[in-house]
Design a protein around this ligand. Structure first.
Ligand code: PHE
Length: 477
């Protein structure tokens, strides 16, 4: 087998991982979810979940990647020593393919808006324009174009393709957003927007906390690229001497900063144009914001920069999603990167085309299904790190961790107990609403705690049995 590709520098890895995290989730999903869920109330809950669940969870995924030194299937197989590990890996790779299928469709819309902004093609009739652009044959064309850009980068490999592209694109995204946020602050009529977004509304939070937790948790996983094995894949190209806890913090903080920055552009702009931020849903960015750009002086320049930033952010996330199956084919089947990229891209071209044409499937896949797949994937990672590997995971956490090393034990406790309960809780939420059953808060909490305890017992007894068996076999020899 050829030697595995790897990052040229830790900075390259960190930028690529921030690039993965900061994507359509931050700029497209985050502002409309925030606006539709009480503004600051959502922001507070989301930030708490990012810190409490996202950071330790991301660290768990990184530990698996660097310890396993392979893409999900091989890494999880060798770390668990069981076929269940490979099964979870296959599930991860499938998740990445599903996510990329709809991600590429929205990436295609963005690409179209970048091209249409200089002439203000959608300024007259933003609603109708989006209706025509979002589904159908033209949407298929732009989806394929977006996917082609992503594939071209992945084709060059980890260091020459992904690392280089991220080093240029991510700073460009930040610069564009900072410029746009500054410009937004100079617009008249934005005060109400800032108050809604940044002012803390304790009353709303108290009254709606149960409704806000679900979407906030889903968004926290999605934005940190957690649960697909995509971050695991990036970490598998890392060296031992890098501090995983430090990198995780830098990545999570930068990603949150970019999300909040995007909100600082979108929400005040909507308010300044008298547009109700809650009603737009997924079309907010492409309809409501487009309306705002249309009525502002210099609107076409601003719109081009804005959608340009969104496009770059989407590309740096798309490459992580594509690298997961591509790297897997290279690792497992020893096929060339070129062939792996072409094959995977063709597959996603087809699935994405299906989603471009079928609007209802798109809604389901990009919402409920994505949330479900990510939660199940993350639950599996937590089980492996927190219940099976334990000591090995602590050692991997500590390798290169420096002053963060003493945090290893509390981290493992969180990963083994707190996080699985939280993830199972939100999973129960999603499944119940999918089945049309309404469960009280207490019932959901009990399901989460009892479910976690049972799973943990099942997993640890099985492996303890296995270890006993191995020991007796060894003594027989
Ligand atoms: N984090 C990305 C975003 O916010 C989406 C993503 C999810 C990317 C999972 C890779 C893996 O847009």
């Amino acid at each position: 087998m050829a030697t595995r590709d790897s990052w040229v520098s830790n900075v390259g890895f960190v930028l690529a991982a921030i690039g993965s995290a900061a994507g359509l989730g931050n700029i497209w999903r985050f502002p409309w979810l925030t606006a539709g869920n009480g503004g600051s109330a959502f922001l507070v809950v989301y930030l708490l979940i990012v810190v409490g669940v996202g950071v330790p969870g991301l660290l768990a995924e990184f530990v698996l990647g660097r310890l396993g030194r392979q893409t999900p299937i091989g890494a999880l197989r060798s770390l668990t020593g069981s076929r269940w590990g490979s099964a979870l890996g296959v599930f991860n790779v499938a998740t990445a393919l599903v996510l990329l299928s709809f991600y590429s469709v929205v990436g295609g819309w963005t690409l179209r808006y970048v091209l249409a902004s200089p002439s203000g093609a959608y300024f007259d009739q933003p609603q109708q324009y989006f209706g025509a652009a979002s589904h159908g044959l033209e949407a298929v064309g732009f989806h394929l174009l977006f996917l082609g850009i992503v594939a071209a980068i992945v084709l060059f490999g980890v260091s020459r393709g992904i690392e280089r592209a991220s080093k240029v694109m991510l700073p460009a995204v930040v610069l564009l957003l900072v410029g746009l946020a500054g410009w937004t602050a100079m617009q008249p009529g934005t005060d109400a927007g800032y108050a809604f977004y940044l002012g803390f509304d304790a009353e709303y939070l108290a009254a709606n906390v149960t409704n806000v937790v679900g979407p906030a948790a889903g968004q926290a996983l999605f934005t940190l690229s957690l649960g697909t094995g995509a971050m695991l894949t990036y970490a598998s190209y890392l060296d031992e001497d890098v501090s995983l806890p430090r990198d995780t913090l830098v990545i999570a903080i930068s990603n949150t900063f970019i999300g909040v920055l995007a909100g600082l552009v979108v929400i005040p702009l909507l308010f300044s144009q008298g547009i109700d931020p809650g009603q737009g849903g997924p079309g907010t960015l492409f309809v409501a914001l487009a309306t705002a750009f249309a009525s502002l002086p210099g609107g076409s320049v601003l719109a081009t920069s804005f959608f340009g930033a969104v496009l770059l952010a989407a590309v740096t996330s798309g490459i992580n999603l594509l690298e997961t199956p591509v790297g897997t084919l290279v690792d497992r089947l020893d096929v060339s990167r070129r062939r792996a990229t072409v094959l995977t891209t063709l597959l996603v071209a087809v699935t994405g085309t299906g989603l471009s044409l079928a609007g209802s499937a798109f809604q389901f896949v990009s919402g409920t299904l994505a949330d479900l797949l990510l939660s199940v994937g993350l639950f599996g990672f937590l089980a492996i790190v927190g219940w099976l590997l334990r000591g090995e995971a602590i050692a991997e956490f500590r390798a290169g961790a420096g002053r963060f090393a003493p945090l290893a034990e509390p981290w493992l406790l969180t990963v083994g107990w707190v996080l699985p309960v939280v993830v199972l809780f939100s999973l129960t939420n999603t499944l119940a609403s999918l089945a049309g059953v309404s469960l009280g808060l207490g019932v959901r909490a009990i399901v989460a705690v009892v479910g976690t305890t049972c799973c943990r017992l099942a997993v640890t007894t099985r492996t303890d049995d296995l270890r006993d068996l191995q020991r007796s076999l060894r003594s027989l020899r």
